[in-house]
Design a protein around this ligand. Structure first.
Ligand code: UD1
Length: 418
């Protein structure tokens, strides 16, 4: 078993380049598997979720080679299996993308109902309704989603609630379905746009990605493509918040600043000095910070995937801050862990009310999910004394070389075997 041991109290200072977006990579890799030839995808993070997805694809017959620099070559020629492995899929939510991909590619898919972070009930009913709209027969039995269709047919589908996963899964399926499919109330996240751009390079005609109406003119002749994934706005946001929380000065190079506008607005409200230009995005906290109110929302709103990290920052900001979570009802797993470190947080329904304390104190804590783990890192970096974070597999699912990157910013931390 491993622990991440952090000696708190050092302001983070310096610059770093984040990896390609994890959530884009998962979708783009699934898209690449729609074609029976080779795609080359650059800027792919070597985080555990990506490695797990590649294992799933290999077990279905695809070939995947990933370099240390994040260059992935995926050859879908040998992909013939339609049953995705339970042990691999249960580890991550995005394994559900195998359903859209396999259904469109092979006409049938058996995919375990997905696992992933325990941040809410996370059903797949929208995905199922979308596949049915495209003409598939879908059942869920024995823990699997089983879908088949002789031919998928184009359709107009209203996504019942802004859902990134549903939008991407239906983009995958529709891209290989002849005719024009329209998705209404589509998610507008940059990761959806990234996937749409890649699918267009493969030969589908996707229009409107980034707005709430997306049309896809699909074709069975999808080809492999070469592409570079966008920078990870959530990883970047995590380091910017960590910099602000430690009263430091962090520059993220190469980040697309429009992807983090909601975060930068809230950091500015909190008294952080933010600069965004061609060099990247810089956040500097010279003075004491002010409490803020945050509501999470679909893009371009404040990302739910940055909620726990910002809560960790606010835990030591004098006054009362409020975070309302509108996407995942169980996102509050980090609260008990922060309380172990002395934070004063009360959860009332979908809202966390944070009363800032003068300092946190280091403690043994758990990374209960990916972003809760990131919150523990931020708390540990600010705390007095030593914080030892367990359940690192959750952090490793979403963050590549986290210790190296933080050490490069001056943090004192190491991974130890216990
Ligand atoms: C994706 C991201 C995740 C992020 C989330 C919201 C990946 C791999 N994960 O998750 O990091 O936190 O978007 O930005 O990209 N819902 C249903 N039924 C469904 C599908 C969704 O009720 O069939 C609900 C969910 O429970 C949630 C909301 O819709 O309340 C939005 O979820 P969704 O956008 O689908 O999240 P994911 O794609 O799972």
């Amino acid at each position: 078993m491993e622990r991440l041991v952090i000696e708190g109290g050092t302001p983070l200072r310096g610059r770093l380049r984040v990896t390609g977006a994890k959530n884009s990579s998962l979708a783009v890799i699934a898209a690449a598997a729609l074609a029976s030839d080779v795609s080359v995808i650059e800027n792919v993070p070597r985080c555990q979720d990506v490695l797990t997805l590649l294992e799933i694809l290999r077990s279905l017959g695809a070939q995947a080679e990933m370099s240390d620099t994040g260059r992935l070559e995926l050859d879908g020629a040998g992909l013939t299996g339609h049953v995705a492995a339970y042990d691999l899929c249960r580890r991550m939510r995005a394994s559900i993308y195998m359903a859209g991909m396999l259904l469109a590619r092979l006409g049938r898919a058996e995919v375990p109902l997905p696992g992933g972070c325990v941040i809410g009930s996370r059903p797949v009913d929208f995905h199922i309704r979308g596949f049915e709209a495209l003409g598939a027969q879908v059942v869920t039995e024995h823990g699997f989603l089983k879908a088949h269709a002789q031919h998928l047919v184009p359709a107009t589908f209203y996504v019942p609630r802004s859902s990134v996963g549903t939008t991407i899964n239906l983009l995958l399926a529709a891209s290989r379905t002849a005719g024009v499919t329209t998705l209404q109330n589509a998610a507008r996240e940059p990761e959806v746009v990234d996937t749409a751009v890649f699918l267009s390079l493969m030969g589908a005609r996707v229009r409107g990605a980034g707005t709430s109406t997306v049309t896809v003119e699909g074709t069975a002749d999808l080809r492999g493509a070469t592409y570079a994934i966008i920078p990870d706005r959530i990883e970047a946001g995590t380091y910017l918040i960590a910099g602000a929380a430690t009263h430091g000065d962090v520059l993220i190079e190469g980040l697309i600043s429009e992807h983090v506008t909601a975060l930068l607005t809230k950091l500015t409200d909190a008294g952080v000095t933010v600069e965004a230009d061609a060099a990247g995005v810089r956040a500097r906290a010279d003075a004491d910070l002010r409490p803020i109110d945050v509501d999470t929302a679909p893009y371009p709103g404040f990302a739910t995937d940055l909620h726990p990290q910002v809560a960790a920052m606010l835990a030591t900001v004098a006054g009362r801050s409020v975070i309302r979570e509108t996407i995942f009802e169980k996102r509050f797993g980090y609260v008990d862990e922060l309380r172990r470190m002395g934070a004063e947080i009360r959860v009332d329904g979908d809202t966390a009310i944070i009363t800032g304390v003068p300092h946190l104190s280091g403690a043994p804590v758990d990374a209960v999910d990916i972003r809760a783990g990131a919150a523990m890192v931020i708390a540990g970096l600010q705390a007095r004394g030593e914080t030892a974070i367990a359940n690192l597999e959750n952090l490793d699912r979403g963050y590549e070389r986290l210790e190296d990157k933080l050490r490069g910013l001056g943090a004192r931390l190491q991974r130890v075997r216990v």
